[in-house]
Design a protein around this ligand. Structure first.
Ligand SMILES: [Fe+2]
Ligand SMILES: [Fe+2]
Length: 303
């Protein structure tokens, strides 16, 4: 019993943390339209992401590709991941608007929610411009994920809003943090990562606090329901990171490549590595158990 109590995360005063986050936003927020050189050409000799983070790395299909094709695949995979970022940030913006709608706009924490929406608006445009520059012709999500996203953004409540946000933000953050200092990666991708990492650090702090505060007051039925829905949303986000059409664009059979990537131990390890922090956070609230945990595992997020 004592262990359970001490394992609970420390929760800072809601208004105090929001005030600090707002101060941080005033000091370090960026306009990607000004900060990034959008006219610079994309060098085909550079990587979009570290080769070992590519979904086919280490497989027989990887060995079949020339280095130029591997580099093209790396740029397309980054673009595909950014497309999922756009998908989820759009979902998050709607959820945050609904969250703010129910709360007092004169409070600091609601003003922070509005600030985060403004950040996500800029991020979405930034990702969209990067996707275009990397040569990926955005393909719509498959109908199941598309409609599940529509449903989720309409019905998700407090803990689901913030646990869902934290999942996507942490996964992107890990990949982007690694890219920032890596000189083999395109300057465009590193510049986008730099802006996103700074602003998302505040979003993640906000999401962690809001989730922990809300979660501890939820009853067992609400928690059981939330864990299943969270499992589903993480499953659909993680399994859609790489759109199979990227394989087609480098000359591979998309169905075969999708199957190979799904079983690729390197790719499973990458997903588990990218999700490890959010898994640890949610585990402190025992938010990944039962049927929900099955979906996390099935998505390759738990090793
Ligand atoms: Fe973002
Ligand atoms: Fe965010």
């Amino acid at each position: 019993m004592t262990a359970e109590i001490t394992a609970k995360p420390k929760i800072t005063d809601r208004e105090d943390i929001a005030k600090r986050l707002l101060r941080g936003s005033a000091k370090a927020s960026y306009d990607p339209l000004i900060e990034i050189d959008w006219d610079a050409p994309v060098d085909p000799d550079m990587w979009g992401i570290r080769p070992e983070r590519i979904s086919l790395y280490g497989t027989h299909l990887w060995d079949q590709l020339t280095e130029a094709q591997q580099k093209e695949l790396s740029r397309l995979e980054v673009a595909s991941i950014a497309t999922i970022g756009i998908w989820f940030e759009t979902i998050l913006m709607q959820m945050l608007v609904r969250h703010a709608y129910h709360n007092d706009p004169t409070t600091q924490h609601v003003q922070y929610a509005y600030t985060e929406i403004a950040d996500e608006c800029r991020h979405t445009v930034m990702f969209a411009k990067m996707v275009e520059k990397l040569g990926w012709h955005t393909h719509r999500l498959d109908p199941v994920a598309f409609h599940l996203g529509r449903l989720f953004k309409t019905i998700a409540h407090g803990p689901l809003i913030f646990a869902g946000a934290l999942f996507v933000e942490e996964v992107l953050d890990q990949i982007q943090r690694e890219a920032i200092p890596d000189e083999q990666i395109l300057p465009l991708v590193r510049s986008v990562a730099r802006i996103h990492v700074v602003e998302e650090a505040r979003h993640m702090r906000y999401a962690r606090e809001e989730f922990a505060r809300d979660w501890q007051n939820r009853g067992p039925i609400d928690k059981a329901y939330s864990k299943i829905v969270l499992g589903l949303i993480t499953y659909y986000s993680a399994t859609r990171l790489i759109n199979p059409k990227v394989y087609e664009q480098v000359g591979l059979d998309p169905k075969e490549a999708y199957k190979v990537a799904k079983k690729n131990p390197h790719w499973i390890e990458t997903k588990t590595w990218a999700a490890r922090k959010v898994v640890a956070t949610l585990n402190t609230g025992e938010a990944i158990t039962g049927l929900g945990k099955y979906f996390w595992k099935k998505a390759g997020l738990l090793g």
